[in-house]
Design a protein around this ligand. Structure first.
Ligand SMILES: *[C@@H]1O[C@H](CO)[C@@H](O)[C@H](O)[C@H]1NC(C)=O
Ligand SMILES: *[C@@H]1O[C@H](CO)[C@@H](O)[C@H](O)[C@H]1NC(C)=O
Ligand SMILES: *[C@@H]1O[C@H](CO)[C@@H](O)[C@H](O)[C@H]1NC(C)=O
Ligand SMILES: *[C@@H]1O[C@H](CO)[C@@H](O)[C@H](O)[C@H]1NC(C)=O
Ligand SMILES: *[C@@H]1O[C@H](CO)[C@@H](O)[C@H](O)[C@H]1NC(C)=O
Ligand SMILES: *[C@@H]1O[C@H](CO)[C@@H](O)[C@H](O)[C@H]1NC(C)=O
Ligand SMILES: *[C@@H]1O[C@H](CO)[C@@H](O)[C@H](O)[C@H]1NC(C)=O
Length: 483
């Protein structure tokens, strides 16, 4: 079900940048092209490693939010991703200049950043704490050691994510390399103050959402930032790659593998947990079940989804027609405010769907009111959850709806959380999330030129990772809402 698309060029973001003539803000002048069918192999791709997912969102937006074939063709710009932190966080290798970092892969935000060496660390209540408490994987980015780094003066970087982490700093440009894709002069957040709950592996994050969700502001005082009044939007990494002609197609693609049960129960780094591919589809086995749908735009003033001749894109939001599961007879209401977010572990679905789904486990999953998660014995029979998008039904492997909690009940049974979380009532302004629970089952290809996403059901696969020590975690270690 496609509605007519209007393409908005990323125009008029040129800021008066007072710096050397070599500094340019990379503002897209992309014009639409028809993508080839089937989707081609990527120019570049990279592997993903896993760690704990959080959903992050900016402080300002939170207020507004109310509180295959491809593989065989070979690919140049593809990189593996790996998992850390109980396989809840997906990481990939990214290079700034010549310095390598593992960054979280996040389709729910737009900025790419790393802490600068010597940064100050804070807890989420903004108390100063030792640097080690931020738990980055390295001591940070040394801008002085990068010959290609250029500072952007009179601006500041300021972001807050949905789980309460927040970061401020300066702004600069450097060459970003990921999966063999080299993007010169990419604008980056250089974090000097971090309230961050790291996993010991990541040294920042790579944001893949819209330019309008970026977090660079006028002036050097983060306290004076106003979204969107003083925001200076810029092109995130993949937008720059398209604008600079580095990739042959204007899409990137993500395939996130589920980890093994053991790896999901471990904070260790779990290599090879999928791929992110640039310029084509990620190299995993797929089925014929696929659909291309428009990204839902927003009214920038109200932050509500809107179909209008002029909309603003923030997240990769899609119109979900229905959600169901085996044994269910009820048709649940639809919502057009669901985002595809690699940075969130669980699916956040409307309360009535989450409650009914939990009740359909055998034995039923029980809601833990303290955490909002649904807890069930790991030996439960799990109904197959389905999501209908654009008239096509995608299935969620039951394995994705059992996340080991590392605790047992009184009878010694291992307890699991379901992968489906109560995201609140299906009412206007409430944003829901298809997170890693859903994304383990599809390849999502994000076309930034046509503002469309293509979802392709993956062929069933054996859970990745494994061979790692089992550790205990608490329900609260399930990361939430890194929008
Ligand atoms: C990979 O790069 C080579 C050399 O640049 C090029 O000839 C080839 O077509 C590329 N392959 C793909 C799948 O893009
Ligand atoms: C990142 O790079 C390191 C060093 O080259 C390599 O050992 C590791 O496997 C890479 N990890 C991922 C997720 O690509
Ligand atoms: C954190 O505290 C500093 C002062 O130490 C203040 O400047 C800053 O605005 C605070 N940040 C937040 C997000 O409250
Ligand atoms: C980078 O160099 C500048 C000027 O030499 C210096 O003031 C600054 O402390 C250095 N920064 C780091 C992180 O070493
Ligand atoms: C992909 O499919 C091929 C052919 O059926 C199979 O040999 C291969 O093992 C599959 N790869 C994965 C990762 O399942
Ligand atoms: C936009 O139009 C589509 C197709 O008619 C519809 O499914 C969707 O709910 C609409 N979105 C909004 C925000 O009205
Ligand atoms: C960004 O926001 C501005 C102002 O709302 C809008 O004119 C522009 O089209 C938006 N760009 C995108 C890519 O949504």
């Amino acid at each position: 079900m496609l509605f007519s698309r209007v393409y908005y060029g990323l125009t008029v973001l040129i800021a008066s940048v007072s710096a050397t003539p070599t500094i340019r803000r990379h503002v897209s002048s992309i014009s639409p092209r028809t993508p080839p069918t089937p989707l081609p192999a990527a120019d570049f791709s990279t592997a993903i490693t896993a760690s704990v997912p959080r959903t992050k969102a900016k402080r300002f937006l939170i207020q507004a939010l109310r509180e295959s074939q491809a593989a065989q063709a070979g690919s140049n710009f593809t990189t593996v991703v790996g998992g850390s932190d109980f396989d809840e966080e997906y990481l990939t290798n990214v290079t700034f200049g010549e310095q390598d970092f593992l960054l979280i892969v996040d389709t729910g935000s737009s900025d790419t950043w790393a802490p600068q060496i010597g940064f100050s660390c804070f807890d989420l209540s903004n108390n100063s704490v030792p640097q080690s408490q931020c738990a980055f994987g390295t001591s940070g980015f040394d801008i002085n050691a990068s010959s290609t780094f250029v500072t952007l003066p009179d601006t500041n970087f300021n972001i807050e994510y949905g789980d309460g982490e927040f970061l401020t700093g300066t702004v600069g440009f450097d060459t970003v390399t990921v999966g063999g894709m080299v993007v010169p002069n990419q604008e980056l957040g250089i974090v000097t103050n971090a309230a961050w709950e790291g996993d010991g592996f990541d040294t920042g994050l790579m944001g893949l959402a819209s330019p309008n969700l970026t977090s660079v502001f006028e002036g050097t005082d983060p306290g004076a930032d106003e979204f969107p009044q003083t925001q200076i939007p810029y092109n995130p990494v993949f937008y720059s790659a398209v604008q600079q002609g580095v990739v042959s197609n204007p899409f990137f693609s993500v395939a996130l593998d589920r980890g093994s049960f053991a790896a999901e129960n471990s904070p260790d780094l779990d290599q090879n947990l999928g791929f992110i591919a640039f310029g084509g589809i990620a190299p995993v086995n797929i089925t014929d079940t696929a659909i291309t749908v428009p990204v839902q735009g927003y009214n920038a003033a109200t932050f509500l989804p809107e179909n209008a001749s002029s909309v603003t894109y923030f997240y990769y939001t899609v119109d979900v027609e229905s959600m169901s599961f085996t044994g269910n007879e009820k048709v649940f209401g639809t919502t057009n405010n669901i985002i595809l977010d690699t940075g969130t572990t669980l699916d956040y679905v409307p309360t009535e769907v989450a409650d009914a789904f939990a009740a359909a486990f055998d034995p039923p999953a029980m809601k833990d009111d303290d955490d909002g998660i649904y807890v069930v014995v790991c030996s439960a029979t799990v109904p197959e959850f389905t999501v209908n998008i654009g008239g096509t039904t995608f299935t969620v492997d039951p394995a994705d709806n059992l996340l080991p909690l590392g605790v047992t009940d009184d009878e010694g049974n291992d307890l699991c959380a379901t992968g489906t979380f109560d995201g609140g009532p299906a009412e206007e302004g409430n944003i829901f999330i298809l997170g890693d629970t859903f994304l383990h089952n599809v390849v999502v290809t994000f076309n930034i030129e046509t503002d469309e996403v293509t979802l392709t059901q993956r062929a069933p696969y054996t859970n990745g990772g494994g061979g790692v020590g089992v550790q205990r975690r608490s329900p609260s270690s399930l990361r939430r809402r890194r929008l």
